[in-house]
Each structure stands twice: as C-alpha cells, then as structure tokens.
Design a protein around this ligand. Structure first.
Ligand code: CA
Ligand code: CA
Length: 103
C-alpha cells in the first residue's frame, strides 16, 4: 500500500514536470514568434534575431528533448536536415553553424 502511494506521487511529479517543460517551451516559442522581422542568419538562428547564441540552443534543446522523449516535433525549424527527426545530426549542424559564426 505504501509503495503504491509513493509510486502515485512520482507519477504526479513526473506529470507536473512534463507540463512545466511543455509550458516553458510554448512560452519560448510564443516569444520567438512575437519578435519583429529579423536579419536572417541561417536556419540554426531559431529565434531569428540575427545571432546564433544560447537562446537558439535553448530552443533547439527543447525541440530535441521533446522529440527524444515523445517523438513529437514541437519546432520543425529545428529539423535542419529535413529528415523528419530532431536528433544527433541536427545537433551537429547546430554546433557547426555556431563554430562557423563564432570564429
Ligand atoms: Ca538567434
Ligand atoms: Ca533532422
């Protein structure tokens, strides 16, 4: 009986964590959409502000984790090689773009 209660609590905590991650991702994406038209740096500039920085990595990270954990693509722009997945290959393209723009 005690084990069941503890397990139920963990399920509720996990559900709350998943909701928090989704809510944060929606807020980040909504903020990115609300920005004025930017200079276009490249597809890896996920927030479109003309620089490739931690904010773009945060957007990519959210898309990467969502795809890894659920198989759902929450930001199709993070699928840089257009293969229908957000995975290691997209992460490599993100890192390569960062290195190329921060020489
Ligand atoms: Ca950016
Ligand atoms: Ca991909």
């Amino acid at each position: 009986m005690r084990h069941t209660r503890r397990s139920s609590g963990k399920r509720i905590s996990l559900a709350l964590l998943v909701l928090l991650v989704i809510a944060t991702s929606v807020l980040v994406l909504a903020t990115a959409v609300a920005q004025p038209p930017p200079p276009f740096l490249g597809p890896e500039d996920l927030d479109g502000n003309g620089t490739l920085d931690g904010r773009d990595f945060a957007l990519f990270d959210a898309a990467f984790i969502a795809y890894r954990d659920t198989g759902v693509i929450i930001n199709a722009n993070a699928d840089f090689n257009n293969d229908g997945r957000i995975d290691y290959y997209d992460a490599m393209l993100m890192v390569e773009a960062y290195i190329a723009t921060h020489k």
